[in-house]
Design a protein around this ligand. Structure first.
Ligand SMILES: [Zn+2]
Length: 103
């Protein structure tokens, strides 16, 4: 059953799930670890991999690479993604947010 799921899942789903699982594993392994440190490390690794993946090709006129053909372009694209993925996250809002009204 599990095998079937993995065959159907997209590379995006697999990377997302494995990254969250890795965070949980690291927290499980070191009970004293600060979850913020683990999360920051995961984010740093994700940023590293993402920037690596967005290196433009050697053709300076390549239209596909145009949006990521400069460091500023890559940052703009990454920030667009960060915003979109954050808004889609089930943890975007927290019931403990300071701007949540409590009766
Ligand atoms: Zn290109």
């Amino acid at each position: 059953m599990k095998q079937e799921f993995h065959e159907e899942s997209t590379p995006f789903d697999a990377a997302f799930t494995d990254a969250v699982d890795l965070g949980n594993k690291l927290a499980e392994r070191d009970k004293d670890a600060d979850l913020w440190d683990i999360a920051d490390g995961l984010l740093a690794g994700a940023i590293q991999y993402w920037l690596y993946s967005r290196q433009p090709c050697k053709d300076p006129r390549c239209t596909e690479c145009m949006p990521v053909s400069t460091a500023e372009g890559r940052m703009a694209e990454m920030q667009r993604l960060i915003r979109q993925l954050s808004l889609e996250s089930e943890y975007y809002h927290s019931p403990n947010d300071s701007n949540v009204g409590r009766a």
